[in-house]
Write a protein that binds this ligand. Structure first.
Ligand code: 5RP
Length: 261
């Protein structure tokens, strides 16, 4: 591996090999998502618990101060919306020059395995990897599910994650599922978990802890943090699960203590 690639990956994954990314990219297909209307405000007090910020160029340029020290994972695929014909119909919307100009530490792109746009999204990934590898920039593939495919079992997620790695992704972001070891063990690059819609507090700690013990290397978790009434307490407790091996009970204690601090 070359120095630039290694350096970028080591900024994202801490010495323990784990990472906690904070995604605020939801607006690229959802518009002004609840509690993400003003992204700069949303992340106030949370960046100390973020090893990376998953974000589009538009929000980065307009809402994040340029002296921010949190590594940027630039979302570079999009072109569809929640009210459009097909969420899976994405293209690359940010070119290499812009990726470099914005000083991205990594880039992120969705793939839609099993949908009508499977091939298109996989070729988007392949093209992006070809470009980014030349410049030592890691590509994170997001195993997204289109509207028509709400399939999130280990068999599907292992398939999608492995394909992403085979095409050259350096990191794969997928969903937690039962038997997560089947996903992690079948993927030769680090697999991290997205959060999905908000669930009750302990439920988040439980699935993150379960995934971590079964081979996940971290999380890319947004709404369960910043849509929470106590986002900082959630972030602090999740950080403990990801980086300190806290179990769900300990995470709850950390959450409760921070909430009432
Ligand atoms: C949206 C994304 C998000 O980054 C991802 O879904 C994680 O956020 P959340 O935890 O809110 O689901 O890729 O397409």
């Amino acid at each position: 591996m070359d120095w630039g690639m290694e350096n970028r990956l080591s900024r994202l994954f801490q010495a323990d090999g784990h990472c906690m990314f904070l995604p605020i990219d939801h607006g690229y297909f959802q518009g002004p998502t609840r509690k993400l209307e003003k992204p700069g405000k949303t992340i106030e007090g949370l960046t100390q618990y973020a090893d990376g910020l998953f974000i589009t160029r538009g929000v980065l340029r307009n809402c994040i101060p340029a002296d921010s020290t949190v590594p940027v994972i630039l979302r570079v695929s999009g072109g569809s919306s929640v009210i459009g014909a097909d969420l899976a119909n994405e293209e690359l919307f940010t070119d290499m020059e812009e990726i470099l100009r914005l000083n991205a530490t990594a880039v992120g792109i969705s793939i839609f395995v099993g949908t009508d746009y499977e091939r298109q999204s996989l070729m988007n990934l392949a093209r992006l990897v070809n470009e980014c590898e030349r410049y030592g920039i890691p590509v994170m593939a997001v195993t997204a599910v289109g509207k028509e495919l709400e399939k999130r079992d280990a068999r599907y997620l292992a398939l999608a994650s492995r394909i992403a790695a085979e095409l050259g992704a350096r990191v794969v972001k997928t969903y937690w599922c039962e038997n997560f070891e089947k996903v992690a063990d079948g993927c030769p690059v680090p697999v991290i978990m997205a959060g999905g819609p908000k669930v009750e507090d302990r439920g988040v700690f439980e699935f993150v802890h379960d995934g971590m013990t079964r081979g996940a290397k971290g999380v890319n978790l947004g709404r369960n943090i910043w849509q929470h009434e106590h986002p900082k307490a959630m972030a602090k407790a999740l950080w403990a699960v990801v980086h300190q091996g806290a179990d769900p009970g300990t995470a709850m204690e950390i959450f409760e203590a921070e909430k009432s601090a």
